[in-house]
Each structure stands twice: as C-alpha cells, then as structure tokens.
Design a protein around this ligand. Sequence first.
Ligand code: F6R
Length: 261
Amino acid sequence: MRVIIADSPEAVARMGAEQCIRLLQDKPAAVLGLATGSTPIALYAHLIQRRQQGEVSFRQVRTFNLDEYIGIAPQHPQSYRSFMQKQLFDHIDILPENTHIPSGMGDPVAESRAYEDKIRSAGGIDLQILGLGRNGHIGFNEPTSSLSSRTRAKTLTQETIRDNSRFFSADEEQPHLAITMGIGTILDARKVMLLAAGAAKADAVKAMVEGPVSAMHPASALQMHPSALVIVDTEAASKLELIDYYRWVQSETLRVQGAYL
Ligand code: F6R
C-alpha cells in the first residue's frame, strides 16, 4: 500500500485526478470504478476541467459505480445515479450506455449477480476510486462484511445513516439498505485508489493503513491489494504512526522520479 500525504483536500483531489488522467492517456478504453459521497466531488471537477481543456476523453471509457440505495429510483434526486450525472457524467463526453450503477429497484439478488457479470464482461476494473467511511467502510461494506464478499444488498449501520443524513431533507425517508460491490469485487480491480481528507477520517485512515486486516475495519482489506494507493491530506494522516516514513518515501520518490506518483 502506498500512502501519499497531500497538503490539502484540494491537493488530494488534484493528485487523484492526475492518476485517472494518466490511466486514460495510456488506455483510452479503460474501465473505471467510481464512488459517490463528498470526497470525490473535487476529483470529478478536475476531470471535467481537463476534459474541457481537451486533455482527456471519456469516449471509450466504461464506468461501474460502487453502490446505490435500495428503493430509490434512478431519477430520485438523492440516487447515486443522479449524483453521478450531476457531478460528472453530464459534463464529459462519456456515452450514457457505458456508465453502470447497480439498480436499487429490482430484485437485489438478481441485480447483484448481473452487476458482477457486467464487470467481468467489461474485462474487469482498471482503477477503482474509493472514499472511506468513518467506520472503515468502503463502498457500503460495513464492519463485519466478509473480506471476500461480492456485490450484494447490505443493511447500513446507524452511523452511516447518520453520516449520510446531510444529503436528505427532514421530510425525506432515508434508505437503510444499499446494493454494493463486495470487498472481493473491489480487490479484483487492477488498481485501487482511496482518497480521504479531514480530521474526522484520521482514526479510519490509521486502522486501514496500520491496523490489523479485519472485517471490523473493511478498508484494511486493501492491505492485501498488490496495487493500492491511499491519498490523504495532513489532517486525515495525523494519526499515522509511520507518518515520517511515508513522507520520506514521498520525497525519495520525488527525487528519483521527479514526481510523487
Ligand atoms: C460512496 C461510498 C462510500 C463513501 C464513504 C465516504 O459511493 O461507497 O463508501 O465513499 O461513505 O463518504 P464521504 O466521501 O462523503 O465522506
């Protein structure tokens, strides 16, 4: 696992976007795994800007989102489909039929199986973008999720429901269930890149990077991935025991390669 410590949330987003753009320049028909939530919004804004500047194209790109609420239709303003349209897809040259988000409306068992098949038929995910829940979730794989789980329905924890209540108005019913790629599905991606910013994520970042691999902290499973990149800001990195070592690796990489990544 490589840990990059960026000076600010903005730098986290910029570096994350740079990784995506490099991949798309090498492989224009790449398969991207995407996340929702607050963290990737600034990364998506960078991708939109770089598309508008003509530096990157999404014409051949296929995408698979991590998750969707169960019982929320795609056109619902709080659906992850609406989120992705608004934050990214409506502003880039991606073909609508190449964007995939699990459906929260059908039979979750059949939908989960079909989603796994679609990922497999696309040749697997080249780069999976992840955010990090305060409780260590990735996707909606809450604590105690099997570390080899596949796409399936999950019940959200009360903590996650509370954390996400900011996206719903008081009179809206907030879903308690979601369909999510499993941890095994995420670990199958050829590369994974997790972004986290802010002091509220510091404990979760420490457990992910330096804690034992445990279903109690699903993101710790990324320690088993051969190509996992974690980009965090100084606040999210503040509880890491080996912070000086990660910074040292960063400066050595800069010295040898001329760039952090
Ligand atoms: C989003 C997702 C979640 C979020 C996580 C962090 O598709 O699967 O795991 O990445 O809850 O959310 P934010 O970025 O809002 O702190």
